[in-house]
Design a protein around this ligand. Structure first.
Ligand code: BV8
Ligand code: ZN
Length: 246
């Protein structure tokens, strides 16, 4: 009886179009807390108090304090072998895309280029008044950071109730629809429309595999599950691909 990992390797070896959805779990081994585990990000902060446009309108300083703490955490963190394995995999397929829910920028820092950030990035801020956008993870002393136009910057992050960036979303949707193998890595798959990408892939005939130490609300729909940390399972998968190509 083949293990799910052996079936994953077989499917990926045969595939030319692969897509990946990642969540906070892939950055856990980089020291960035996930959202829902004890001591996770939302602990002590109700989502609606820090990650909604209403919260920002009500108390922009509080929202910025929440994001500035995460910006400094992301600046201190480094990509782990899970991020690196995905970056090294991207040129092994005729079509490959990582669609991440993470705003920590670690996929990009690991060298991923075939990447879309569905929920924005901690490294960007934009001014709703004049649309100026600034890139950088340097510590911000003044919160909210003022804009020359007299406005104030907001984190360039997709908050609850806000639509996802159209270009990133349509690229992710297209990649999921066309994928032969779709990996769901380190996400509880509870936030939509991102989690819906796995369903789009499954409905389009892709083999969907989950890489997560724990089961999620969608696990029963998938072809297989690798119950290991991403920083272990993804380098192992890359190793199996390299082995088979030499
Ligand atoms: C919108 C940026 C509408 C902010 C984020 C359909 C059904 C139900 C609800 C909705 C629906 N459609 C829309 C909604 C509402 C809402 C939603 O989904 N609510 C949820 C809570 C039910 N969605 C929205 O509001 C979206 N917008 O729908 O707009 C619209 C349409 C038209 C016009 C106007 C508006 C916007 C959603 C995006 C919100 N922003 N992030 C920030 O980061 O501060 S979401 C944020 O939470 C993350 O980006 C991520 O998406 C989510 C957290 O989930 P995960 O990343 O999965 O993290 P979690 O901790 O939950 O799980 C970690 C997993 O990793 C666990 O399973 C664990 O076992 C595993 N793990 C741990 N260690 C490891 C590991 N795995 C591998 N290796 C390890 N080492
Ligand atoms: Zn401005």
């Amino acid at each position: 009886m083949k293990t799910d990992f052996e079936r994953l390797v077989e499917s990926v070896r045969r595939a030319s179009r692969v897509a990946v959805l990642t969540g906070a779990g892939i950055s856990a081994e980089s020291g960035i807390p996930t959202f829902r585990v004890a001591g996770g990000l939302w602990e002590g902060h109700r989502i609606q108090d820090v990650a909604t446009p209403e919260a920002f309108a009500r108390d922009p300083r509080r929202v910025w304090e929440f994001y500035e703490a995460r910006r400094r955490g992301a600046a201190k963190a480094s990509p782990n072998p899970g991020h690196v394995a995905l970056a090294e995999m991207e040129d092994r397929f005729s079509e490959f895309l990582v669609a991440t829910q993470n705003v920590d920028g670690l996929h990009r820092r690991a060298g991923s280029r075939k990447l879309v950030e569905l929920h924005g990035s901690l490294a960007r801020r934009r001014c709703p008044s004049c649309a100026t956008c600034v890139e950088g993870l340097e510590p911000l002393e003044t919160l909210p950071p003022p804009c020359e136009c007299g406005g104030r910057f907001r984190p360039d992050i997709v908050w609850f109730g806000e639509i996802l960036p159209a270009v990133a979303w349509s690229a992710a949707e297209e990649a999921a629809r066309r994928s032969e193998v779709f990996l769901v890595v380190g996400t509880s798959a509870e936030v939509y429309p991102a989690a819906g990408l796995a369903l789009i892939a499954a409905d389009s005939g892709a083999k969907v595999f989950e890489i997560n130490p724990e089961a999620t609300s969608l696990s029963s729909l998938f072809a297989g599950a690798i119950r290991e940390p991403a920083a272990i399972a993804l380098p192992r998968l890359l190793g199996a691909l390299i082995e088979s190509s030499t």
